[in-house]
Design a protein around this ligand. Structure first.
Ligand SMILES: Cc1ncc(COP(=O)(O)O)c(C=O)c1O
Length: 246
């Protein structure tokens, strides 16, 4: 059979294998950080009822801007936000899992001649997303305890001046928390897009989210997902809060 590499692929993709963590039939699977608890039956019944209703309209294209979903996600986040920090639907972007959100961020702000920086070890998809969008990957090693400080991030970002930086907090795979003072220092240290990947925020929700820092920081994006704490990985739902409302 013709393989992808026999086709006129972009040079930097030739010979690459698609990403895929093993999905082996083992009794305990920890490799993709899925929630081990299924959805409660009540939630399943509500979702099925809502789907039965929604499916009646699938002859039409959906609302292209999916403002209802974005509004609900904003309402959910707003429960933890003070007046002045609350989000409007227009500030929330949603996609098929945060991997897709991050890919879209790279499609818009990365690309040839541009770069993505992150602090390693960290989520293994970041360099792959950089590759797939022809964005240069700039890994900066974390110190021995994996903890980032304002000084470490500010000096790396000022030195490399990347187009995009992604900081994962709590960090996958080390679990290292991320202080908001580090986020503030990172934002001030360069002119690019700063993404805080909070895929695991709910496991440490006593720590304030970087969402609280969005007002006045138009280059800051915060990525959240329903895949982990909400046991919703199969649904592929996640959100980013990117921009100031119109
Ligand atoms: C740090 C981090 N970000 C993003 C993701 C992507 O999750 P999803 O695409 O399911 O939202 C993961 C999944 O393992 C992750 O660990």
């Amino acid at each position: 059979m013709t393989s992808l590499s026999d086709l006129p692929l972009r040079d930097n993709l030739v010979g690459k294998q698609p990403y895929g963590a093993p999905q082996d039939p083992v009794p305990v699977s920890l490799n993709v950080n899925e929630n081990t608890h299924p959805l409660p039956e009540g939630a399943v019944a509500d979702i099925v009822a809502a789907l039965a209703d929604a499916v009646r309209g699938v002859n039409r294209y959906p609302d292209r801007d999916f403002l209802e979903l974005r509004g609900e996600l904003a309402n959910f986040l707003n429960r933890d936000l003070a007046q002045g920090q609350r989000l409007a639907a227009e500030q929330v972007w949603a996609a098929n899992g945060s991997n897709e959100v991050l890919q879209q961020v790279l499609q818009a702000f990365g690309g040839p001649g541009r770069s993505l920086l992150s602090f390693t070890p960290t989520y293994s998809m970041y360099p792959l997303l950089a590759d797939g969008t022809d964005t240069a990957w700039v890994p900066v090693a974390r110190p021995a305890d994996y903890a980032l400080t304002p000084e470490i991030v500010a000096s790396a970002l000022a030195e490399h001046a990347p187009s995009i930086a992604i900081i994962c907090g709590p960090n996958n795979p080390t679990g290292t928390p991320l202080d908001l003072e580090v986020v503030r220092a990172a934002y001030d240290a360069f002119d690019g897009i700063l993404v805080i990947d909070e895929a695991y925020h709910e496991f440490e929700s006593e720590r304030p989210s970087a969402v609280t820092l969005l007002p006045g920081r138009p280059r800051l994006l915060v990525s959240r997902t329903m895949s982990k704490a909400f046991a919703f990985a199969g649904v592929r739902a996640s959100a980013t809060s990117p921009r100031t409302p119109r």
